[in-house]
Design a protein around this ligand. Structure first.
Ligand SMILES: O=P(O)(O)OC[C@H]1O[C@H](O[C@H]2O[C@H](CO)[C@@H](O)[C@H](O)[C@H]2O)[C@H](O)[C@@H](O)[C@@H]1O
Length: 355
């Protein structure tokens, strides 16, 4: 037995899927033998995560190498997902009569990607831009990181913070002048998993300590296993260690992927998209046509939020990326400096329209 699949965009398909799948023909057809299919089905992670094919292929695919911006592939991608700066006036027009609500991812969006996750600092200029945006629009930081850690980087008490991929949400305290960042708890849907996450953290630290460059980060309701500084020849070993730990938590934990990071989180139906919906509801915009949510993010986990906006037909997702990627975002920005530029333009527009 074999199955045949027609692919509408062979170039994007090849970029997005593991190399273990056969390449599509020019007309976009791939045929997968029964043997291959079985192998692919069997290669999944232990925790019911989203990585179903060979883990190392998937880890490579999550870190695409820089490609020329001049290729036809990139040009066609940009036509489909134009720059939010080029389309700025269009975005403003769509906001007429609506309240813009800003959702900002942290790593790779407000701060550049660096080797040491503990040194992913936001620049003072970016902090100022976020502070100004929050003066005019309700603003939330939505991050995979532990909420307290991302608060310590951003240090703006007037914002909403959704840490642990949205599993830990807190809003601004009354008066906003709370320097300690003590905010009212709004939502912690994975509270019962705390002891399990702590236990898995300790086990993973132990199991990965012999792999140079690996780092396990405790994000409170989820964990990150970083491999940015691990030699590629040892990625498989690292993946095997993570898989062996997840296997002991039968379907209770799942694995997702970010930029050179394996992320372990509770198998609950909660993600950055749900966090966005929760925050809109908390702000009084559930089922409202009077709101324009704008979500800016760079990573796979941000796609859950982009998808919610796309399906609602409301607001815009803006993907931060220099390379063509399959995305549910409408627009793109190339890097954090462009994000800052976009935020500043929003503030300038709002100030001038208030005159
Ligand atoms: O949702 P985010 O705010 O984008 O958080 C996702 C992960 O970001 C961090 O890791 C990433 O940034 C690091 C610093 O630049 C980089 O070293 C790492 O390779 C990236 O994956 C954070 O450390 C993770 O815990 C978050 O899950």
């Amino acid at each position: 037995m074999a199955i045949t699949v027609a692919i509408s965009d062979p170039a994007l398909f090849q970029q997005a899927v593991p190399k273990t799948l056969p390449a599509p023909t020019n007309s976009g057809i791939i045929t997968i033998s029964a043997k291959k299919l079985k192998k692919l089905e069997g290669g999944g992670g232990g925790g019911g995560g989203r990585i179903n094919a060979n883990w190392v292929d998937s880890m490579r695919a999550s870190s695409p190498t820089r490609r020329s911006l001049e290729t036809d592939e990139h040009k066609s991608w940009i036509l489909q997902h134009p720059s939010a700066l080029t389309m700025f006036e269009e975005i403003i027009r769509s906001s007429k009569g609506k309240q813009i609500v800003m959702f900002l991812d942290y790593d790779g969006t407000l701060s550049p990607i660096v080797e040491d996750p503990d040194r992913a600092f936001i620049t003072p200029e970016m902090r100022e831009a976020v502070r100004d945006v929050a003066k005019h629009f309700p603003t939330a930081i939505v991050s995979g990181r532990c909420r307290a850690k991302v608060y310590n980087f951003v240090k703006l008490s007037e914002l909403y913070y959704a840490g642990s991929h949205g599993m830990d949400i807190k809003g601004p305290s009354k008066g906003h002048n709370n320097k300690k960042g003590n905010q009212t708890v709004l939502c912690q849907p994975a509270k019962e998993f705390l002891p399990m996450i702590d236990e898995v953290y300790k086990t993973l630290v132990e199991k990965t300590k012999s792999i140079p460059g690996s780092k396990v980060e405790n994000n409170k309701f989820c964990l990150s296993v970083h491999y940015r500084c691990v030699e590629e020849k040892r990625w498989n070993e690292l993946a095997e260690q993570v898989k062996s730990v997840l296997n002991n938590y039968d379907q209770k934990l799942k694995l997702t992927q970010g930029r050179k990071v394996l992320e372990i989180r509770p198998t609950i139906k909660w993600d950055k998209g749900k966090a966005l919906e929760f925050l809109l509801e908390s702000l009084g915009y559930a089922n409202s046509d009077d709101v324009l949510p704008v979500y800016i993010g760079d990573d796979r986990t941000d796609e859950d939020a982009f998808k919610v906006l796309l399906e609602k037909g409301q607001g815009f997702g803006i993907l931060v990326s220099k390379v063509a990627k399959e995305t549910n975002a409408t627009y793109t920005l190339q890097e954090p400096s462009e994000v800052m530029h976009f935020l500043k333009r929003l503030v300038e527009w709002k100030r001038s329209s208030n005159l």
